[in-house]
Every structure is written in structure tokens, then in C-alpha cells.
Design a protein around this ligand. Structure first.
Ligand code: ATR
Length: 271
């Protein structure tokens, strides 16, 4: 049995053990998966202890994704672009690979579970923090028509857009003055976590828009409710959570689990 864990603080309510156990059952992989709470200043010592005891890999969650970035010996291109690591994998030579599967999990959920198009679409990303940054490269790889980043702090969105400008047609700005419709709107801000709704024009949404909130829960988020009121199709981010886990599982085990059945069962459990 190879052992893995999710490390975070807090981590008690993490759904990752449930998801990875479901993947293991589905694929017949023999793994154990536990939760590791680390004090805020002790990521490295807790991670090293787990690895010294035979651990093969870690999922990394809040607030340790930057610590994990520094901890890794090697980084994948998407981890470098995200500036954060959510998956650590022990390599054959003893080195530690740092990856970021969040953006790929988002794209997989949108394409495979929701069957929403990305290629050729006008995309709006709301928010310019770590979650938005992690989604950019995987989204741009799907060849959207263009991507606009809108953020409460306009300068942060403009900076992020400039940084990835070579990868596609990308612009950034504030919430004001933004009024043309988008095909795909992704809320990567943490506004929903505090029950807030960013002040966006209703002209951004049409009945043919697809609207995704990276936050998930038993109830639709304020952002989803706002978009649904204008007839848009909406989704929360539970499928992204399952999708990023599937990408991590693939990195560790070389087998890609099917996310659909796991997502459906998880949805039932959350109700
Ligand atoms: P994360 O890693 O979740 O992206 P972060 O880097 O702290 O976390 O970024 C949080 C994002 O949510 C930012 O884009 C933030 O906007 P600012 O850059 O203006 O701070 C956005 N955000 C947080 N609360 C918000 C709110 N109530 N309304 C709108 N945007 C909000």
C-alpha cells in the first residue's frame, strides 16, 4: 500500500480523502490516503516527516500552496505559471516534483462533465488572485477567442493580463465599464466564500452564457443565483475539486480515474 495525504490548515473538512478512496476503488489501485494538519509555520517539517515514513505524495491546500512551491525540487510548467503547487509527487530518483492540477481540473470539468465549449469563446474571469492565475494557462491552451480578467482591484487584473499576454488574447481591468456579453464567465474570486456578489453589470450575462463559480456548497452561490436570474446555465466548483484530484491521482498512479460517477455520488452526499 502506497500512502498519500492532503496537508492543510484547517483540513478536517477536506473531501480529498473521500474522493481519492473512491478513485482507488474504481481503478483497483492500492493506496492509503489521510489528512495532515500542519501548524502554519511548519509545512516543511510535517511534509518531511510524512515522506520519511514512506509517503509517496501530497495534495496541498490552503495556506500551504506557496510553501509547497518552494519545497519542490522540480516544477511542471503549469505549476510555474500558477506560482503555486497543489500536488507533490515523489520521483524515482528521490526528487520531489511540484505540480498544479487546479486549472486542468477546472478545464476537465467544463469540457467533460458540463460539456461547455471553451475554444472560440469569449471568456470573463472574475478575480485576479491565486485561483485566477492557476486557471489562466490551462484555459488559454483551449484556444478561446479572448479572455478578459475583471477584478475589484483593477491594477491586479491588468498586471496578471500583461504577464500572460504572450499566451493568448488577454486583457484586464476593473468591474466598472464592463458591459459586453461573455460566453463563459468564471468566478475565481473568493467573494462567494463570504456570501458577497461582485458588482457586475447584468449585461455580461445572456441566456446562452455559461457561468462557473469555483466555490461549491449545498446551495447555489450568490454568483450562480445572480447569473441564473438572467437565464444562464450555471455550475459550482465541486467538479473542479474532483477534476484536480483526478489529475493528481493520474500523476501519482499513471491511471486516470473517471470523474463523472465520483462527482455524482459526492453531490448526493453534500445535500
Ligand atoms: P485566491 O487564491 O482564492 O484567489 P487571493 O489571492 O486572496 O485568493 O485572491 C482573492 C480574489 O478574490 C482577489 O481577486 C480579490 O480581489 P482583490 O484583488 O480586489 O482583493 C477577490 N475578492 C475577494 N473578496 C471579494 C469581494 N467581496 N468582492 C469582489 N472580489 C473579491
Amino acid at each position: 500500500t502506497d500512502s498519500y495525504a492532503v496537508i492543510g490548515n484547517p483540513v478536517e473538512h477536506s473531501l480529498s480523502p473521500w474522493i481519492h478512496n473512491a478513485f482507488a476503488q474504481q481503478t483497483g489501485e492500492d493506496i492509503a490516503y489521510e489528512k495532515l494538519t500542519a501548524p502554519r509555520d511548519s509545512f516543511e517539517s510535517v511534509a518531511r516527516r510524512f515522506l520519511a515514513a514512506g509517503g509517496r505524495g501530497l495534495n496541498v491546500t490552503v495556506p500551504f500552496k506557496l510553501d509547497a512551491y518552494d519545497f519542490a525540487d522540480r516544477l511542471t510548467e503549469r505549476a510555474r505559471a500558477a506560482g503555486a503547487v497543489n500536488t507533490l509527487a515523489l520521483q524515482r530518483d528521490g526528487g520531489m516534483l511540484g505540480d498544479n492540477t487546479d486549472g486542468a481540473g477546472l478545464v476537465a470539468d467544463i469540457r467533460e462533465n458540463l460539456a461547455w465549449p471553451i475554444a472560440g469563446q469569449r471568456i470573463l474571469i472574475v478575480g485576479a488572485g491565486g485561483a485566477a492565475r492557476g486557471a489562466l494557462l490551462p484555459l488559454l491552451e483551449q484556444q478561446p477567442l479572448r479572455v478578459h480578467i475583471a477584478n475589484r482591484t483593477a491594477a491586479r487584473a491588468e498586471r496578471l493580463a500583461r504577464e500572460f499576454a504572450r499566451q493568448g488574447t488577454l486583457t484586464g481591468g476593473g468591474f466598472e465599464g464592463l458591459s459586453e456579453p461573455f460566453d463563459l464567465i468564471i468566478n475565481a474570486s473568493s467573494a462567494s466564500l463570504s456570501g458577497d456578489l461582485p458588482p457586475l453589470s447584468e449585461r455580461l450575462v445572456t441566456p446562452s452564457s455559461h457561468v462557473y463559480d469555483m466555490v461549491y456548497g449545498a446551495e447555489p452561490t450568490p454568483f450562480m443565483a445572480w447569473a441564473a436570474a438572467f437565464g444562464a446555465a450555471t455550475s459550482d466548483g465541486l467538479g473542479m475539486l474532483v477534476g484536480q484530484a483526478a489529475e493528481s491521482f493520474m500523476l501519482w498512479r499513471g491511471v486516470r480515474p473517471e470523474t463523472g460517477p465520483v462527482l455524482r455520488e459526492l453531490r448526493v452526499q453534500l445535500q
